[in-house]
Design a protein around this ligand. Structure first.
Ligand code: UT7
Length: 327
Protein backbone atom coordinates (compact mmCIF):
# COMPACT_ATOMS: atom_id res chain seq x y z
CA UNK A 1 0.00 0.00 0.00
CA UNK A 2 1.18 3.52 -0.76
CA UNK A 3 2.52 5.41 2.27
CA UNK A 4 0.95 8.76 1.47
CA UNK A 5 2.81 10.62 4.20
CA UNK A 6 5.90 10.77 1.99
CA UNK A 7 6.46 13.40 -0.66
CA UNK A 8 9.42 13.20 -2.99
CA UNK A 9 10.78 13.21 -6.51
CA UNK A 10 8.94 11.29 -9.24
CA UNK A 11 11.17 12.37 -12.12
CA UNK A 12 14.02 14.67 -13.13
CA UNK A 13 15.11 16.41 -16.33
CA UNK A 14 17.57 19.01 -17.59
CA UNK A 15 18.42 20.91 -20.74
CA UNK A 16 21.27 23.19 -21.72
CA UNK A 17 21.48 25.18 -24.96
CA UNK A 18 23.83 23.93 -27.66
CA UNK A 19 26.20 26.89 -27.95
CA UNK A 20 29.28 26.70 -25.74
CA UNK A 21 31.33 29.77 -24.80
CA UNK A 22 34.77 28.84 -23.48
CA UNK A 23 37.19 30.88 -21.41
CA UNK A 24 39.38 31.09 -24.50
CA UNK A 25 36.45 32.63 -26.42
CA UNK A 26 36.09 35.18 -23.60
CA UNK A 27 39.80 36.01 -23.81
CA UNK A 28 39.07 37.29 -27.34
CA UNK A 29 36.12 39.42 -26.16
CA UNK A 30 37.33 41.10 -22.96
CA UNK A 31 40.44 41.68 -20.83
CA UNK A 32 40.48 38.32 -19.03
CA UNK A 33 42.34 35.00 -19.08
CA UNK A 34 41.50 31.33 -18.84
CA UNK A 35 43.98 31.20 -15.96
CA UNK A 36 42.12 33.93 -13.94
CA UNK A 37 38.68 32.45 -14.53
CA UNK A 38 39.80 28.89 -13.74
CA UNK A 39 41.71 29.67 -10.56
CA UNK A 40 39.19 32.23 -9.19
CA UNK A 41 35.99 30.35 -10.08
CA UNK A 42 36.63 26.82 -11.39
CA UNK A 43 34.68 27.60 -14.59
CA UNK A 44 36.06 26.56 -18.00
CA UNK A 45 32.98 27.01 -20.23
CA UNK A 46 29.28 27.85 -20.16
CA UNK A 47 26.27 27.28 -22.45
CA UNK A 48 24.52 30.27 -24.04
CA UNK A 49 20.91 30.33 -25.25
CA UNK A 50 20.32 30.98 -28.95
CA UNK A 51 18.55 34.14 -30.11
CA UNK A 52 15.27 32.21 -30.31
CA UNK A 53 15.53 30.67 -26.83
CA UNK A 54 14.07 32.39 -23.75
CA UNK A 55 13.91 30.93 -20.24
CA UNK A 56 10.53 29.30 -20.93
CA UNK A 57 11.92 27.43 -23.96
CA UNK A 58 14.76 25.94 -21.91
CA UNK A 59 12.31 25.14 -19.10
CA UNK A 60 9.89 23.32 -21.43
CA UNK A 61 12.69 21.03 -22.66
CA UNK A 62 13.78 20.17 -19.10
CA UNK A 63 10.13 19.64 -18.09
CA UNK A 64 9.45 17.19 -20.93
CA UNK A 65 12.48 15.15 -19.85
CA UNK A 66 11.28 15.13 -16.22
CA UNK A 67 7.79 14.02 -17.30
CA UNK A 68 9.31 11.18 -19.34
CA UNK A 69 11.47 10.16 -16.37
CA UNK A 70 8.36 10.12 -14.14
CA UNK A 71 6.35 8.27 -16.79
CA UNK A 72 3.69 10.99 -16.69
CA UNK A 73 1.94 13.05 -19.34
CA UNK A 74 1.33 16.82 -19.38
CA UNK A 75 -2.31 16.12 -18.44
CA UNK A 76 -1.12 14.62 -15.13
CA UNK A 77 0.44 17.91 -13.96
CA UNK A 78 -1.74 20.04 -11.68
CA UNK A 79 0.86 22.61 -10.62
CA UNK A 80 3.86 24.34 -12.20
CA UNK A 81 6.28 26.34 -10.02
CA UNK A 82 9.09 28.04 -11.91
CA UNK A 83 12.17 29.53 -10.30
CA UNK A 84 13.97 32.08 -12.43
CA UNK A 85 15.75 35.41 -12.17
CA UNK A 86 15.79 35.80 -15.95
CA UNK A 87 12.06 35.50 -16.78
CA UNK A 88 10.74 35.85 -20.32
CA UNK A 89 8.93 39.05 -19.18
CA UNK A 90 8.42 40.99 -15.95
CA UNK A 91 4.90 39.60 -16.24
CA UNK A 92 3.18 37.26 -16.94
CA UNK A 93 5.03 34.54 -15.11
CA UNK A 94 7.40 32.26 -16.99
CA UNK A 95 5.51 29.35 -15.39
CA UNK A 96 2.35 30.40 -17.26
CA UNK A 97 4.23 30.58 -20.55
CA UNK A 98 5.60 27.08 -19.88
CA UNK A 99 2.09 25.86 -18.98
CA UNK A 100 0.79 27.13 -22.33
CA UNK A 101 3.66 25.65 -24.32
CA UNK A 102 3.28 22.27 -22.61
CA UNK A 103 -0.52 22.32 -22.92
CA UNK A 104 -0.76 21.36 -19.24
CA UNK A 105 -4.44 22.30 -19.11
CA UNK A 106 -5.00 21.11 -15.52
CA UNK A 107 -2.09 23.06 -14.04
CA UNK A 108 -2.00 26.17 -11.88
CA UNK A 109 1.21 28.06 -12.66
CA UNK A 110 3.32 30.72 -10.96
CA UNK A 111 6.93 31.86 -10.47
CA UNK A 112 9.08 31.95 -7.36
CA UNK A 113 11.61 34.78 -7.13
CA UNK A 114 14.40 33.62 -4.86
CA UNK A 115 17.48 34.08 -7.05
CA UNK A 116 19.88 31.16 -7.17
CA UNK A 117 18.10 29.56 -4.17
CA UNK A 118 14.96 29.47 -6.29
CA UNK A 119 14.91 25.79 -7.20
CA UNK A 120 15.05 24.63 -3.58
CA UNK A 121 12.49 27.30 -2.58
CA UNK A 122 10.23 26.05 -5.39
CA UNK A 123 10.62 22.44 -4.20
CA UNK A 124 9.35 23.44 -0.76
CA UNK A 125 6.37 25.24 -2.35
CA UNK A 126 5.59 22.07 -4.33
CA UNK A 127 5.87 20.07 -1.12
CA UNK A 128 3.21 22.28 0.45
CA UNK A 129 0.96 22.01 -2.60
CA UNK A 130 1.15 18.20 -2.57
CA UNK A 131 0.52 18.16 1.18
CA UNK A 132 -2.69 20.13 0.60
CA UNK A 133 -4.07 18.04 -2.25
CA UNK A 134 -2.12 18.60 -5.48
CA UNK A 135 -0.97 15.40 -7.16
CA UNK A 136 1.99 16.06 -9.47
CA UNK A 137 3.74 19.41 -9.27
CA UNK A 138 6.32 20.34 -11.88
CA UNK A 139 9.18 22.37 -10.43
CA UNK A 140 11.49 24.12 -12.90
CA UNK A 141 14.65 26.15 -12.43
CA UNK A 142 15.39 27.91 -15.72
CA UNK A 143 17.71 30.73 -16.74
CA UNK A 144 18.58 32.63 -19.91
CA UNK A 145 20.76 34.80 -17.71
CA UNK A 146 23.13 35.63 -20.59
CA UNK A 147 20.48 38.16 -21.71
CA UNK A 148 20.95 40.18 -18.50
CA UNK A 149 24.74 39.99 -18.39
CA UNK A 150 26.84 42.97 -19.41
CA UNK A 151 29.30 41.36 -21.81
CA UNK A 152 31.72 44.27 -21.26
CA UNK A 153 31.88 43.67 -17.49
CA UNK A 154 34.60 41.08 -16.91
CA UNK A 155 33.78 40.81 -13.19
CA UNK A 156 30.39 39.21 -13.92
CA UNK A 157 30.15 38.04 -17.55
CA UNK A 158 32.65 35.21 -17.09
CA UNK A 159 30.56 33.66 -14.32
CA UNK A 160 27.13 32.87 -15.71
CA UNK A 161 25.60 30.35 -18.10
CA UNK A 162 22.15 29.36 -19.39
CA UNK A 163 20.21 26.16 -18.76
CA UNK A 164 17.24 24.53 -17.08
CA UNK A 165 16.42 21.67 -14.74
CA UNK A 166 13.09 20.20 -13.66
CA UNK A 167 11.63 17.83 -11.10
CA UNK A 168 8.18 16.33 -10.60
CA UNK A 169 7.13 16.36 -6.95
CA UNK A 170 4.43 13.98 -5.71
CA UNK A 171 3.63 11.13 -3.32
CA UNK A 172 6.30 8.42 -3.13
CA UNK A 173 6.38 4.95 -1.58
CA UNK A 174 9.76 5.35 0.07
CA UNK A 175 12.23 8.10 0.86
CA UNK A 176 11.12 11.62 0.00
CA UNK A 177 11.82 14.98 1.63
CA UNK A 178 13.21 14.67 5.17
CA UNK A 179 13.82 18.29 6.14
CA UNK A 180 14.55 21.77 4.79
CA UNK A 181 15.63 25.25 5.80
CA UNK A 182 14.82 28.54 4.09
CA UNK A 183 15.95 32.07 4.88
CA UNK A 184 16.47 35.58 3.61
CA UNK A 185 18.29 38.82 4.37
CA UNK A 186 16.81 41.62 2.30
CA UNK A 187 19.28 44.14 3.69
CA UNK A 188 21.59 42.69 1.00
CA UNK A 189 19.13 43.12 -1.87
CA UNK A 190 21.44 45.58 -3.65
CA UNK A 191 24.42 43.20 -3.74
CA UNK A 192 23.09 41.17 -6.64
CA UNK A 193 20.45 42.82 -8.79
CA UNK A 194 19.27 44.13 -12.15
CA UNK A 195 18.70 47.71 -10.93
CA UNK A 196 16.60 49.00 -13.81
CA UNK A 197 13.36 47.79 -15.38
CA UNK A 198 11.13 47.49 -12.32
CA UNK A 199 8.86 50.00 -10.56
CA UNK A 200 11.78 51.37 -8.49
CA UNK A 201 13.71 52.53 -11.53
CA UNK A 202 11.86 52.21 -14.84
CA UNK A 203 13.85 51.98 -18.06
CA UNK A 204 15.05 55.28 -19.51
CA UNK A 205 17.58 56.07 -22.21
CA UNK A 206 19.75 57.58 -19.47
CA UNK A 207 19.94 54.51 -17.27
CA UNK A 208 20.45 52.25 -20.28
CA UNK A 209 23.43 54.44 -21.20
CA UNK A 210 24.77 53.72 -17.70
CA UNK A 211 24.27 49.94 -18.22
CA UNK A 212 21.94 49.78 -15.22
CA UNK A 213 19.59 47.38 -17.04
CA UNK A 214 22.27 44.68 -16.73
CA UNK A 215 23.08 42.35 -13.84
CA UNK A 216 25.15 43.98 -11.11
CA UNK A 217 26.95 42.01 -8.41
CA UNK A 218 29.22 42.93 -5.54
CA UNK A 219 31.18 39.70 -5.95
CA UNK A 220 33.34 39.73 -2.82
CA UNK A 221 30.40 40.53 -0.50
CA UNK A 222 28.24 37.81 -2.03
CA UNK A 223 31.24 35.47 -1.75
CA UNK A 224 31.60 36.12 2.00
CA UNK A 225 27.86 35.69 2.54
CA UNK A 226 27.87 32.39 0.63
CA UNK A 227 30.76 30.90 2.61
CA UNK A 228 29.03 31.84 5.88
CA UNK A 229 25.51 30.71 4.98
CA UNK A 230 26.17 27.43 3.15
CA UNK A 231 27.31 25.41 6.21
CA UNK A 232 24.77 27.15 8.47
CA UNK A 233 21.69 26.32 6.41
CA UNK A 234 23.00 22.82 5.60
CA UNK A 235 23.29 22.04 9.31
CA UNK A 236 19.76 23.31 9.95
CA UNK A 237 18.24 21.10 7.24
CA UNK A 238 20.21 18.09 8.54
CA UNK A 239 18.94 18.78 12.07
CA UNK A 240 15.35 18.92 10.83
CA UNK A 241 15.90 15.64 9.00
CA UNK A 242 17.43 14.14 12.15
CA UNK A 243 20.59 13.21 10.27
CA UNK A 244 24.31 13.83 10.67
CA UNK A 245 26.60 15.03 7.91
CA UNK A 246 28.11 11.50 7.80
CA UNK A 247 24.66 10.08 6.91
CA UNK A 248 24.69 11.90 3.57
CA UNK A 249 25.51 10.14 0.33
CA UNK A 250 25.75 13.35 -1.72
CA UNK A 251 25.69 17.11 -1.40
CA UNK A 252 24.54 19.12 -4.45
CA UNK A 253 25.48 22.75 -3.82
CA UNK A 254 24.54 25.72 -6.00
CA UNK A 255 27.31 25.88 -8.59
CA UNK A 256 28.69 29.42 -8.26
CA UNK A 257 32.38 29.09 -7.45
CA UNK A 258 34.58 26.09 -6.51
CA UNK A 259 36.23 28.22 -3.81
CA UNK A 260 32.85 28.78 -2.13
CA UNK A 261 32.05 25.06 -2.34
CA UNK A 262 35.50 24.05 -1.01
CA UNK A 263 35.25 26.45 1.94
CA UNK A 264 31.78 25.14 2.83
CA UNK A 265 32.89 21.50 2.62
CA UNK A 266 35.80 22.27 4.97
CA UNK A 267 33.52 23.93 7.51
CA UNK A 268 31.01 21.07 7.31
CA UNK A 269 33.80 18.46 7.43
CA UNK A 270 32.21 16.66 4.51
CA UNK A 271 34.14 14.21 2.33
CA UNK A 272 34.92 16.03 -0.95
CA UNK A 273 34.12 12.88 -2.93
CA UNK A 274 30.50 13.21 -1.83
CA UNK A 275 30.03 16.63 -3.42
CA UNK A 276 28.64 17.06 -6.94
CA UNK A 277 30.51 19.79 -8.81
CA UNK A 278 30.04 20.46 -12.53
CA UNK A 279 30.43 24.22 -12.81
CA UNK A 280 33.58 23.84 -14.90
CA UNK A 281 31.26 22.93 -17.83
CA UNK A 282 28.20 25.12 -17.15
CA UNK A 283 29.26 28.14 -15.08
CA UNK A 284 26.70 29.56 -12.68
CA UNK A 285 23.24 28.77 -14.08
CA UNK A 286 21.52 30.30 -11.04
CA UNK A 287 18.19 28.56 -10.25
CA UNK A 288 19.03 25.82 -12.76
CA UNK A 289 22.40 24.81 -11.33
CA UNK A 290 21.24 22.33 -8.67
CA UNK A 291 18.85 20.33 -10.91
CA UNK A 292 21.34 20.30 -13.82
CA UNK A 293 24.03 18.89 -11.51
CA UNK A 294 21.54 16.43 -9.99
CA UNK A 295 20.39 15.07 -13.38
CA UNK A 296 23.96 14.75 -14.61
CA UNK A 297 25.04 12.87 -11.48
CA UNK A 298 22.12 10.44 -11.86
CA UNK A 299 22.99 9.88 -15.54
CA UNK A 300 26.67 9.33 -14.61
CA UNK A 301 25.56 6.60 -12.17
CA UNK A 302 26.81 8.54 -9.14
CA UNK A 303 23.47 9.33 -7.47
CA UNK A 304 21.21 6.31 -7.12
CA UNK A 305 17.67 5.72 -5.93
CA UNK A 306 17.63 5.58 -2.12
CA UNK A 307 20.64 7.91 -1.71
CA UNK A 308 20.40 10.64 0.92
CA UNK A 309 20.98 14.04 -0.66
CA UNK A 310 21.58 17.56 0.61
CA UNK A 311 20.62 20.32 -1.85
CA UNK A 312 21.84 23.77 -0.86
CA UNK A 313 21.53 27.12 -2.60
CA UNK A 314 22.17 30.82 -1.94
CA UNK A 315 21.82 33.97 -3.99
CA UNK A 316 20.03 37.18 -4.85
CA UNK A 317 17.69 38.55 -2.22
CA UNK A 318 19.77 37.63 -0.36
CA UNK A 319 18.28 34.19 0.06
CA UNK A 320 19.36 30.70 1.09
CA UNK A 321 17.71 27.30 1.00
CA UNK A 322 18.67 23.74 1.82
CA UNK A 323 16.82 20.44 1.65
CA UNK A 324 17.63 16.90 2.77
CA UNK A 325 15.84 14.12 0.95
CA UNK A 326 16.04 10.45 0.10
CA UNK A 327 16.01 10.21 -3.69
O1 UT7 B 1 25.05 32.67 -7.68
C1 UT7 B 1 24.90 33.73 -6.85
C2 UT7 B 1 25.98 34.34 -6.30
N1 UT7 B 1 27.19 34.64 -7.00
C3 UT7 B 1 28.33 34.22 -6.46
O2 UT7 B 1 28.31 33.35 -5.62
C4 UT7 B 1 29.60 34.87 -6.83
C5 UT7 B 1 30.36 35.20 -5.58
N2 UT7 B 1 31.61 35.89 -5.83
C6 UT7 B 1 32.65 35.30 -6.43
O3 UT7 B 1 32.61 34.15 -6.82
C7 UT7 B 1 33.94 36.09 -6.53
O4 UT7 B 1 33.83 37.23 -5.72
C8 UT7 B 1 34.31 36.50 -7.97
C9 UT7 B 1 34.70 35.26 -8.77
C10 UT7 B 1 33.15 37.21 -8.64
C11 UT7 B 1 35.50 37.45 -7.98
O5 UT7 B 1 36.60 36.85 -7.30
P1 UT7 B 1 37.46 37.66 -6.25
O6 UT7 B 1 38.54 36.79 -5.82
O7 UT7 B 1 36.49 38.19 -5.22
O8 UT7 B 1 38.07 38.81 -7.15
P2 UT7 B 1 37.90 40.39 -7.00
O9 UT7 B 1 36.53 40.79 -7.40
O10 UT7 B 1 38.41 40.80 -5.66
O11 UT7 B 1 38.91 40.87 -8.10
C12 UT7 B 1 40.31 40.65 -7.99
C13 UT7 B 1 40.98 41.25 -9.19
C14 UT7 B 1 40.59 42.70 -9.47
O12 UT7 B 1 41.73 43.37 -9.92
P3 UT7 B 1 42.55 44.35 -8.92
O13 UT7 B 1 41.56 45.39 -8.49
O14 UT7 B 1 43.01 43.46 -7.79
O15 UT7 B 1 43.65 44.86 -9.79
C15 UT7 B 1 39.61 42.59 -10.59
O16 UT7 B 1 39.59 43.73 -11.42
O17 UT7 B 1 40.64 40.51 -10.37
C16 UT7 B 1 40.18 41.42 -11.38
N3 UT7 B 1 39.19 40.72 -12.18
C17 UT7 B 1 39.50 40.01 -13.29
N4 UT7 B 1 40.65 39.78 -13.91
C18 UT7 B 1 40.62 39.01 -15.00
C19 UT7 B 1 37.85 40.65 -11.96
N5 UT7 B 1 37.28 39.89 -12.92
C20 UT7 B 1 38.27 39.49 -13.75
C21 UT7 B 1 38.31 38.71 -14.91
N6 UT7 B 1 39.50 38.48 -15.50
N7 UT7 B 1 37.22 38.13 -15.45
Amino acid sequence: MKDTSRIGILGLGAYVPERILTNLDLEKMIDTSDEWITTRTGIKQRHIASREEASSDLGVKAALEALKDADLGVEDIDGIVTATLSPDHIFPSTACIIQGKLGAVKAAAFDVGAGCSGFVYALTVALGLVETGFENVLVIGTEAISRFVNWQDRSTCVLFGDGAGAAIVGRVNKGGVLGFDLGSDGSGHGLLTVPVGGSREPVTVGNIDQNRHFLYMSGSEVFRFAVRILPKTSKKALEKANLNISDLDWMIPHQANTRIIDAAIDLLQLDKNKVIVNLERYGNTSAASIPIAWVEAVKDGKIKSGDKLLLVGFGAGLTWASMVLEY
